[in-house]
Design a protein around this ligand. Structure first.
Ligand code: ADP
Ligand code: MG
Length: 355
């Protein structure tokens, strides 16, 4: 893919909890890695589920909260995961406090866009795993992102809540991030029965081509994978949900390619990795993570964002995309605010959206 085109910062967002945002974030991250791309996952949920399921392995000297408070550099907060080409800016419980910051405290805070656009980060993609509910962190993610992917489950509650999620996205598009693009609506936890099909067809009628062709089925393998703190694509690459996550990731990349071609912006460094090759890589990741597993259970009884000494021999992938490209690109898409809006702008915007 493309490294020097806008579109690489993706927020996985829906105001509702429990609709597979984290599952989608971590599985798309490992699938992008299997398809040859380097990825940074930013875990914005204080519950840290993405952090846990990516087998977070490095000690970092800073947290996202430190960075937002203006202390340290983003490199000091990014750690390795167990998976080649996947890095992580982990969550911490203290993230929850960020949502409750007020006026004078906020004055010294940085925004996530400032952090990202001021750094020369070496990733093809950045994925924000947003917390449930709309607050300061989700607003930050949507302001920093080029695009948003909205997972939806086929239930009446989720369908009703979707309008609020779209309202937020539209208001961010009309205000602080005019370049924010809806990069797709993904049906997850689909069941093979009439109610699921009914909601899927409503959604496809209303949102048409925004809805991914592929759907993620409800799959017990995902539940088993969560118990082992692994993305299902690693736990069992041959599970139906894993196959569909890989196919959705391929669809996501090919949609980007078509858009770039339509916009006459040929992708200069497109990486082509076949589906079979990506499956081989997921199998390899699975083998590597199985080797780490015994040490993990011995060392970390309740592996709560645990630290491993025996990290595999791969680190964060070397640099391909300089974020300085994005800074330049951002000038065109981020309403002229190259370094992104300040945190106070975002806070007041978020507050306005909540009322
Ligand atoms: P969110 O991040 O939106 O709160 P999660 O990704 O944490 O949602 O998913 C919520 C729960 O549903 C988790 O326990 C997860 O393992 C489970 N889950 C997610 N997707 C599926 C699926 N396709 N089939 C079965 N269970 C799923
Ligand atoms: Mg989550």
């Amino acid at each position: 893919m493309t490294s020097d085109q806008p579109g690489c910062i993706l927020a996985i967002y829906n105001q509702k909890g429990g609709i597979a945002k984290t599952t989608t974030s971590v599985n798309m991250a490992v699938c992008l890695a299997a398809l040859g791309r380097s990825v940074l996952v930013v875990d914005l949920d204080s519950q840290g589920n993405a952090t846990r399921s990516l087998g977070y392995e490095s000690t970092t000297t800073r947290s996202l909260q430190d960075l937002l408070a203006g202390t340290g550099t983003i490199d000091e907060a990014i750690g390795r995961t167990r998976f080649e080409r996947v890095s992580l800016l982990p969550s911490s419980v203290s993230l929850a406090h960020i949502e409750t910051r007020l006026g004078s405290e906020l004055r010294s805070q940085k925004s996530i866009s400032e952090l990202i656009y001021n750094s020369d980060l070496p990733y093809d993609f950045v994925i924000f795993d947003c917390p449930p509910a709309f607050g300061l962190l989700s607003a930050n993610a949507l302001v920093a992102a080029h695009s948003v992917l909205i997972p939806v489950t086929p239930t009446a509650f989720a369908y009703d809540g979707l309008q609020r999620t779209f309202d937020v996205v539209h208001k961010i598009q009309a205000g602080l991030n005019r370049g924010l693009r809806l990069d797709g609506i993904l049906l997850t936890m689909m069941e093979n029965e009439n109610i699921s099909r009914h909601f899927a067809s409503l959604l496809r009628k209303e949102y048409r081509s925004y809805v991914f062709d592929l759907e993620i089925p409800r799959d017990r393998e995902i539940v088993k994978a969560a118990l082992r703190r692994l993305p299902v694509c690693i736990f069992n690459p041959h599970a139906l949900s894993s196959q569909n996550y890989l196919a959705v990731t391929e669809e996501f990349l090919s949609r980007r390619n078509s858009r770039a071609a339509a916009g006459a912006r040929a992708l200069t460094q497109e990486i082509v990795v076949t589906h079979d090759k990506a499956m081989e890589t997921l199998e390899r990741f699975r083998g590597e993570s199985a080797q780490v597993e015994p040490a993990r259970s011995a060392n970390a009884q309740d592996a709560d964002i645990s630290v491993e000494d025996s990290a595999p021999a791969h680190a964060a992938a070397p640099s391909r995309l300089g974020f300085s490209h994005l800074v330049a690109a951002a000038a065109g898409f981020a309403a002229g605010v190259v370094l992104g809006p300040r945190i106070l702008d975002i806070a007041s915007h978020a507050a306005a959206l909540l009322h």
